[in-house]
Design a protein around this ligand. Structure first.
Ligand SMILES: Nc1nc2c(ncn2[C@@H]2O[C@H](COP(=O)(O)OP(=O)(O)OP(=O)(O)O)[C@@H](O)[C@H]2O)c(=O)[nH]1
Ligand SMILES: [Zn+2]
Length: 347
């Protein structure tokens, strides 16, 4: 264990976490550290003059979320260098494990800003942006839509307007990822002690932006891309990376899980991103209204009088059906033989 390194504040410590410490904990036998990386059975930690690798097993592990994720704050016994507990999280990105939909994977905790990245070209897709916004709402992280490749678009303002129309007060930035000065505009979302994550389809320019924010181009995408030829980012680690250059002091979560993120349960996020439709459904006469043929349906009425766009309703239905599917059936995969599936958060 080395002494020195970043302070707790440098690592993102704030009153939300400090307020959780008991008087005994404040007296100092245990100390808070941030989880910088997660390995099998081990975590890399930093903070309070401690840094290095320790065992990740927690004494009181009850549910699937009682495991350390990248970005977590752990209370660690100074003497034994063992985690004692996980502090309550501001938020937690988690997903169903791709190999086994009944298992929950923890991706990252305590993320301040989520850059939702899309480019000013064919990748731009309102339904996809809404889907990402649902995730951000569900997880409880501040979304910033970043439109890349402005330099390639003939009328980038068109994309800006379309994105802004999705949600009042939505923050939208346009960048040319290849121009450091342009990427520098994002620095205000990722200053000292702030943790950011990026979400977006392959090829929209996430790695390019990350390199801009890290002030280096050492994110290992290019060589790997040449080897597998798939244009995939093949980092396997779950890790917090320090930002440099314009975003110095900030932290970045970049894991494959983050990039291919799917929510296990998104009902709340859907209700919030589509709050106009949510309000309408509450005005329907019947609680179990299907909004298809009912005479007293407020949703259908809004369609008729033109206050609700049919395509928006379609997108809402699709997300809601998908969510119902995934929470009830463990995804679209066929049910495995035998055992009944538990509803969710099955670890
Ligand atoms: N002209 C222009 N090209 C860009 C911009 N951003 C990224 N690119 C280029 O687009 C291509 C894909 O960018 P990446 O950063 O690798 O995309 P990614 O989102 O990280 O893709 P994955 O690693 O597959 O997830 C690269 O050739 C970049 O140089 C931009 O703002 N303008
Ligand atoms: Zn209805």
């Amino acid at each position: 264990m080395e002494a020195s390194g970043p302070t707790l504040e440098d690592l993102g410590w704030n009153s939300f976490f400090a307020d959780q410490l008991s008087a005994e904990e404040q007296a100092g036998e245990v100390c808070p550290v941030r989880v910088m990386a997660v390995h099998r059975g081990m975590v890399d930690i930093a903070g309070s003059g401690l840094s290095g690798m320790i065992n990740s097993a927690l004494p009181l592990s009850e549910g699937p979320e009682d495991r350390a994720a990248v970005g977590d704050w752990l209370m660690v016994d100074r003497e034994r260098l063992e985690p004692v507990r996980i502090l309550d999280r501001i938020n937690l990105f988690k997903r169903k494990a791709p190999a086994d939909q009944r298992r929950l994977q923890l991706i990252a905790a305590n993320v301040d800003t989520l850059f939702i990245v899309t480019s000013c070209n064919q990748d731009f897709n309102v339904a996809r942006l809404e889907r990402y916004l649902v995730m951000a709402r569900e997880v409880g992280v501040r979304p910033v839509v970043v439109l890349t490749k402005v330099d390639l678009a003939e009328a980038p303002e068109r994309f800006l307007e379309a994105a802004r129309a999705l949600q009042p007060d939505l923050e939208v930035e346009m960048v040319n990822g290849r121009d450091p000065a342009s990427v520098g505009r994002l620095a205000r979302y990722c200053g000292k002690g702030r943790t950011v994550a990026l979400l977006g389809s392959s090829g929209v320019g996430k790695s390019t932006m990350i390199n801009g924010l890290r002030g280096s181009d050492d994110i290992e995408t290019q060589p790997i891309r040449e080897i597998d030829g798939k244009g995939r980012h093949t980092t396997t680690g779950r890790q917090l990376y320090p930002l440099d250059g314009p975003a110095k002091g900030g932290w970045l979560v970049d894991t494959p899980g983050m990039r291919e993120f799917h929510l296990p349960d998104a009902a709340t996020g859907i209700a919030e991103v589509f709050d106009d439709i949510t309000a309408l459904t509450q005005a329907c006469r019947f609680g179990n209204c299907t909004h298809t043929t009912e005479k007293s349906c407020a949703v259908l009425a809004a369609l008729r009088d033109g206050t609700l766009e049919p395509r928006r309703l379609e997108r809402w239905r699709k997300l809601r059906d998908e969510d119902a599917d995934s929470t009830q059936g463990g995804g679209r995969r066929p049910a495995s033989a035998g055992g009944r599936r538990r509803k969710r958060h099955d670890g």
